[in-house]
Design a protein around this ligand. Sequence first.
Ligand code: ADP
Ligand code: ASP
Ligand code: MG
Length: 408
Amino acid sequence: MACIVQKFGGSSVASAEHIKNVADRISNRVSQGDSIVVVVSAMGDTTDDLNRLALSMSQDPNPREMDVLLSTGETITSTLLSMALNDLGVDAISLSGAQAGIITDDVFGRARISEIKTDRIDFELEKGRVVIVAGFQGISSDFDVTTFGRGGSDTTAVALAAAVDASQCEIYTDVAGVYTADPRICSSARPLQEIGYEEMLEMASTGARVMHARAVEIGELYDVPILVLSSFNEDADGTLIHREITMEQGNKVRGVAHQDKVAKVTVRGVPDQPGIAVHLFGPLAAANVSVDTIVQNASVEKLTDMTFTIAPEDLTAALKVVNEVKLSLGAMEIISEIDLGTVSIIGTGMASAPGFAALMFKTLYENNINIEMISTSDIRITCVVKADKVHDAVNALHSTFELDVVPE
Ligand code: ADP
Ligand code: ASP
Ligand code: MG
């Protein structure tokens, strides 16, 4: 029996009316004979609201309690959607992440899936039910509720698609697919018909939040075709994320991604000797602070500066760790900055052709945008720039690399 997974994001289930529309859509699909697992996000801004509520109780909320709290957002949607489907005469059942057998590690707020026990889902599908799973959550081996980090419902969907061997994972969102840049800040951005996992992963990791990066990773690992579609425009084709990509190869930069906010920490005046990096980044990793770009300056008189970027919400934790190791590193000073962002160009075609970096830097220079830091992979170049210049940078690069032009 063909099985598909469909995921509906926050804006697609923002109100009772939206949820009823989603139920109609699922009901039509069921009548075509498809067996369906649905993954839902919390309604609209619920996750933000729950976060605010927690912060009104405590400036440093207990991470375990935080995960139980946040998981309730998606649980609410799953029950309401099940009720709406039942009213349409469709047999459906809601399951929390734990009930769906999603087992994770015990890192609250950014848990990773270790295993999915699909017995319950299989059992319900066998009965001919639509199974609605609350996204972005699982359960640890100690039976604590865990969540996957913002945007994590995509990861639930793709992981479930892999676990139940679905033919496809459909991600319904508020835009008509994956665009060449965020369509909300770049009016000439256009939807891509298709994109490979590798490029999509780089886009997602550098800010294209239309897909959770870990969802793309799982998709690639288990070869799950992911179709990103609009919840609101049924006529749009959407974007297929998959292994084989045949079209649009001529366009060497596939997309521009950005992050509106990143934080930077500089550890000044550390001795230029073996062991410094491990004694700095080891404790940061142990505190679960994920570090993006790292730059070490050339040493002057055997002293060097070490600079790295992190998500702004990790700054307090990072500064705590860095201040703890400051003395043992022999560092002179610690400086942090938060009014920064990033802009990245991504494309597999860049791996084999020179000149992309020079053209990117020239474009930023011509637009009077100072580059604070640079990092690269084979298929990506990222520049850290001032936060208020990020949108200008995206639009300028989108135009320089002719991403508004549909390739032949
Ligand atoms: P959902 O709630 O459905 O998961 P998200 O808000 O997480 O939706 O992701 C969709 C948003 O991602 C869009 O509204 C858009 O502003 C943003 N986005 C950023 N980069 C891109 C891109 N390259 N293509 C499409 N959307 C993008
Ligand atoms: N509700 C969570 C969030 O807003 C997870 C998700 O929607 O993917 O980040
Ligand atoms: Mg999302």
